[in-house]
Design a protein around this ligand. Sequence first.
Ligand code: ADP
Ligand code: MG
Length: 571
Amino acid sequence: EVNKETLGFQTEARQLLHLMIHSLYSNKEIFLRELISNASDAVDKLRFAALSDDSLLEGDGEYAVRVDVDQDAGTVTISDNGIGMNREEVIDHLGTIAKSGTAAFLEQLSGDQQKDSQLIGQFGVGFYSSFIVADRVEVHTRKAGTAANEGVLWESHGESEFTIEPKEKADRGTSITLFLRDDCKDFADDWRVRSVIKKYSDHISVPVLMKEAPVPAADEAEGEGKEASEPAQAQYKPVNEATALWTRSRSEISDEEYAAFYKHVSHDFEDPLSWSHNRVEGKLEYTSLLYIPARAPFDMWNRDANRGVKLYVQRTFIMDDAEQFLPMYLRFVKGVLDSNDLSLNVSREILQQDKTVDALRSALSKRVLDMLSKLSKNDAEKYAVFWKEFGQVLKEGPAEDTANKDKIAELLRFSSTHTDKEVQDQSLRDYIERMQEGQDKIFYVVAENFNTARRSPQLEVFRKRGIEVLLLSDRVDDWLMNHLQEFDGKQLQDVARGRLDLDDESEEEKQAREAAEKESEALVERLKAVLGDDVEEVRVTTRLTDSPACLVVGEMDMGAQMRRIMEAAGQ
Ligand code: ADP
Ligand code: MG
């Protein structure tokens, strides 16, 4: 065949394929969820494109996904009449992985099946999951709006290469045939496949059809005469519910359905930690279904990573990753927003200027913060998971979202001298409840890591007096404290900054301090002379009980940690 070309998978794609096959075989059935999810995405994309050009439909506006099994051939085929792909797209989408940070992600792999399967869950399994059950996959596709002879056939054994060739296709869309491995032939079984579809794809808004299983004769005794009659033409019937999940009422949706839908929108592999589903009528009209994942994605710290919600307008899919509807510090949130106030031809550019978008962003931010607040009150264990995965991101909140500063502050968790443990599980509320009589500030120390913070000489006097100090050592902490400044009317005070007026200095202590200051006058003068311009001031302190001296940062100066970050950045 002259037109058949053999191409190699991108290195990352090859590694991912290998990993997929070897780490997910205890989870085989998810391939069906992934392929149906892709088919549904393809239908959504065509629906959207057809809004402005209905010739793309070629007269067929009845969207559907068909699943066919062939037990004799040992195959299962998933077909859709969605957007389809042209040759270039097939090569790009099925031969490479476009996500940035993939190489770094793959380097973390250990070869330990369990660990790797969790990692890959974070990454999203997608199309390559076909090769968990198949040793050969054929993709026959044609992009909507192109001629029948522009169809493309892609084929691979899931090793290092694939072939691609032109192949006529009468109907638009994509048809994927899996040639099942010997130990996976049960996926050519009608009943098995139906039950997997029910389990994972009920909420998919496009109907998933299968040929009606042959109907046994109604009454065997009378049935003899019927034997000879023509078998009825097999009919495709929906297997799934096929209503968009978020349009249904909360009371009708089970936790399992919420979790399955989460996997579809998030491309995540694990169950979500929590969700919030709301229909709002009034000045703004929208439905939102927002999820908190149970695990941070591999690219959470990559500023260019995709984030945001799946946007629908009046039930019509508009775009993935609409990032305008959630602030950066809530970038871990996944879900769907279905708005009645936006226009169907909204684009990313329009979203950037639309006033409704601001109103929606602030509404969704509140929803998420309320959901987190509930979680923190009702399920400490889950909240601890949330904090471990996403706490550092939430700490960006007070700087970015001043309107919700107080709400965010309630959600923060810290390590503190109260527990002296590294785990961040103390709230500012907890701290205030434990404050000493007359104490009007919340004290904290910032250091490079937890142990340095805990052993900081600045803490000596606080420990002696039984005053709690928050122990901060995350990169973002200085930044956080600069923007937080106070909580519930209490100023937040860095113990390493400026003078400490612990108000409860007794007359006795005051005298002792003054005596010490006098006694040390000569020493202070000498130190000033020796240190010269390296310091701004040398003064006597009562902060220390064991250490002879410590460095203090001026009230208005950059924090010590901020300074280290700037130095590291070469400034
Ligand atoms: P993801 O769905 O997360 O993008 P996948 O690995 O599942 O990743 O799919 C990769 C890409 O291949 C999709 O983004 C899409 O562009 C393309 N694709 C996969 N299946 C189909 C399909 N049935 N119709 C059209 N395009 C598809
Ligand atoms: Mg996918």
